[in-house]
Design a protein around this ligand. Structure first.
Ligand code: ZN
Length: 177
């Protein structure tokens, strides 16, 4: 899955946590791809050879690391667990759409349900066809759903803040003429 789809999880999860800025969760959702891009840039990983970024083993490691970092910075257990979940959600989504995720550092076995292969979407031969439109549409839909969840939660939090006694306004105003 491209970062587009992964960002949806970052947006949606923010609903459950007011402590950590949204951008942290967006970074968490895409960090495995960011690591992949960095390593590819250095020539250490490439398509079909990405054990450091995308193996199941390293996905656990990155998630644990993210959980630890967020806990150390915020001392907020819920945020830490949520961040761990967000980072690991990347692997789960990739597991659904790809079929070549390494278990660890050996070439085999590779894991994945291969939904994109099933519909005939080939990342190596990007052309405008039904499969690429379907895959892109799917990821954009996911992103929109994530953003809608995010904004609906924000709206709710906002109205919760305003609905009970709006006392501060009146007291600060003092007597009204
Ligand atoms: Zn990925």
């Amino acid at each position: 899955m491209s970062p587009t789809g992964h960002l949806a999880i970052g947006f949606a999860v923010k609903k459950w946590d007011a402590k950590v800025p949204l951008v942290w969760y967006l970074a968490g959702a895409t960090v495995i791809d960011l690591i992949y891009m960095g390593l590819s840039f250095l020539g250490l990983e490439g398509f079909g050879n990405n054990p450091w970024s995308h193996s199941l083993l390293m996905a656990f490691v990155w998630s644990a690391l993210a959980t630890t970092i967020v806990w150390l910075v915020t001392k907020h257990v819920k945020s830490a667990w949520l961040m761990g979940f967000v980072v690991f959600s990347h692997w789960i989504l990739d597991f659904i759409v790809w079929d070549n995720l390494p278990l660890a550092f050996a070439k085999n076995p590779v894991l994945g349900l291969g939904f994109y292969n099933f519909i005939g979407f080939d990342l190596n031969a990007l052309t405008l066809n039904f499969a690429s439109i379907l895959a892109t549409g799917l990821e954009l839909t996911l992103l929109v759903v994530g953003i809608v969840v995010y904004f609906s939660a924000r709206k709710q939090a906002h109205s919760n803040q305003n609905s009970p006694v709006s006392g501060s306004y009146h007291t600060s105003k003092g007597t009204q003429s």
